[in-house]
Design a binder for this molecule. Structure first.
Ligand code: AMP
Ligand code: FE
Ligand code: FE
Ligand code: ZN
Length: 285
């Protein structure tokens, strides 16, 4: 069983349609994927329908934009009921914050001599209700200002760079509670990626387990080097956490994140599905 529990479609900042993602997953020899778009469930029905036709199991997921101590933390919810209203209300707020910062980003980039408009960014986001920096990056690429998304983030869009504008994110503990109220299972994505190791300490993670019932952490991810993976695997075991692995595939939007480059063990996947079933969430299809 080859299981990849963190992927993106063009319904957020990936480049494949949900159907295209499923076909690419089959071609990569996967048996199960989770679609975990940023702050939206919109791609899941299409992905599950394509999965049914192509013989691929698709678990519905979401990657919720959270924060702790002023740092962005990505929280994955598996098997959430997409109609649970407190979570839906929070998604509306997150997506409004995403769209609401675009004009400020465009203005900052204009001051640097990079000319683009909010409408061009929204057109680039297309069907995605979750517009983000990757779509800004894609416009900069189209206009020849940068070669690719990675260069756009490095020179302009990453936190601390001149085009960066912060946006609203959900406090992490509240994010876990919202996923649970939607009958989902909460797993922190790439917890020690991108400078987050200092804030995501073992005592803090333990407090999330005790006070919020955090269920898992992503261990095998491209943002974690081999030593980080072994430390996280051991710590997750001590805390009784489910330990997952994934590609965090974004299609052409991120290199070195090929489908299936990291996998989740079948025992960990069964644990997630069992918990979703016990609390009445949305089982994979
Ligand atoms: P935003 O959602 O607007 O805060 O943008 C964050 C998203 O940008 C993340 O979900 C990543 O998918 C993407 N991202 C962050 N850093 C990079 C990078 N260096 N190259 C390409 N994509 C990136
Ligand atoms: Fe992304
Ligand atoms: Fe992420
Ligand atoms: Zn992701």
């Amino acid at each position: 069983m080859r299981i990849d529990l963190h992927t993106h479609s063009a319904t957020s900042d990936g480049t494949d349609t949900p159907t295209g993602l499923v076909l690419a997953a089959v071609a990569a020899g996967l048996d199960v994927i989770a679609l975990t778009d940023h702050d939206t469930f919109d791609g899941i029905p299409e992905a599950q329908e394509a999965g049914r036709r192509a013989g691929l199991e698709v678990l519905g997921g979401i990657e919720l934009s959270c924060e702790h101590d002023g740092r962005p933390v990505h929280l994955i919810g598996y098997g959430c009921d997409p109609s649970a209203s407190p979570l839906l209300d929070e998604l509306v707020r997150l997506r409004a914050g995403r769209a609401g910062r675009l004009q400020a980003m465009v203005d900052r980039l204009a001051a640097l001599g990079l000319r683009l408009t909010v409408d061009e960014v929204l057109a680039k986001a297309g069907v995605s209700p979750s517009v983000g920096r990757p779509h800004v990056a894609d416009v900069l690429v189209d206009k020849g200002y940068v070669a690719d998304r990675a260069e756009a983030f490095r020179d302009y869009l990453a936190d601390g760079r001149p085009g960066f504008v912060p946006r609203y994110s959900t406090p992490l503990g509240r994010g876990i509670d919202l996923l649970h109220r939607a009958h989902g299972v909460a797993v922190i994505a790439h917890p020690w990626g991108r400078g987050n190791r200092e804030v995501m300490t073992a005592p803090y993670l333990e407090s999330l387990v005790r006070s919020h019932g955090l269920e898992g952490i992503e261990v095998d991810h491209q943002d974690h080097d081999p030593e980080t993976r072994s430390l996280l695997f051991a710590m997750g075991g001590r805390l009784g956490l489910i330990r997952t692995g994934s590609s965090d595939y974004h299609g052409r939007g991120k290199t070195d994140h090929d489908l299936g480059c990291n996998l989740t063990r079948p025992s960990a996947y069964r644990d997630i599905v069992r918990r979703i079933g016990e609390r009445g969430g949305e089982l994979p299809r």
